[in-house]
Design a protein around this ligand. Sequence first.
Ligand code: BTN
Length: 318
Amino acid sequence: MKAKVLRLLKANFGEYISGQRMSQMLQVSRTAIWKAVSVLRAEGYVITSLPRRGYCLLALPDLLTPLEIGEDLTTAILGQQIYHAQQIDSTNSWARQLALANAAEGTLVVAESQNGGRGRLGRQWSSPQGGIWLSLILRPQLPVYQVQLMTLLTAVVVVETTKMVAGLAAGIKWPNDVLVNGKKLAGILTEISADMDCLRFLLVGVGINANVALSSLPVEIQQLATSIVAETKEPISRRAWVQHFLKLYEQEYLKVQRDGFADILQRWRQYALTLGQVVAVQSGERTISGKAVDINEQGALLIKTTDGIKTVWAGDVL
Ligand code: BTN
């Protein structure tokens, strides 16, 4: 009911529509309309009311609620279930609990801010208001060794969504840091639950500094990070970013399970900042130095060293 009332109010944005008309159109009582309006107000929608004239929607909350993302979302699988929190420790941790409790494939978990955001390699991830902090629960038909490729797919979709929604061209530092002008714009944390070689679920966590003021990030990363608004000077519609992301992700996700990852790898190479560079990669205790020449069909980085080509499966490009 809440969604239907909101749709009517949005269709008449800035204009009054009477309670009676809405109740006729939706075939419910005027009390039901009034209740739905009260709930919408509590969620941050600015709705005025006048006797005999009805209700008028004046402003929408800038929130990634199920109501906002779910409206005119055209996916079939991703985001059909949405969990939203004003603040949570980590959307990946919340998604894990939901996945263990059998949440459906494609469930989206999103928060306005995180107070225990997690990054790769056990690092902290600063997640103030204005950013997009989300996790997807996936149950793909893929062997465990292809999980790294899902991370590359995610990076490609983040880059292409950002280009589409903000007109901002980002690049990818292997394996999945999304950078603009050498500064980090977005990060991806992929976690799995698996039995031997059977993948039970995959959690894809994405954090992007969308409308984040750099001054709201910890001082020590202010020089290393950037945000969409800092680059373009224009805040984006976070709702539009999430909707595009889900749409493109679903398309690519279905495609890789059908046709494999060749196309994604090609697009990843197109955005790669690492390839062709002389790099040092920290992988566990080892540092491997040389020219990054390519990635293999499983997403590992190939480095040409004085001892020949080395394959690096995981690590940090320094
Ligand atoms: C990295 O580059 O180190 C990865 C950062 C991933 C951050 C996102 S924000 C949403 C999701 N929840 C988390 O706790 N982490 C990921």
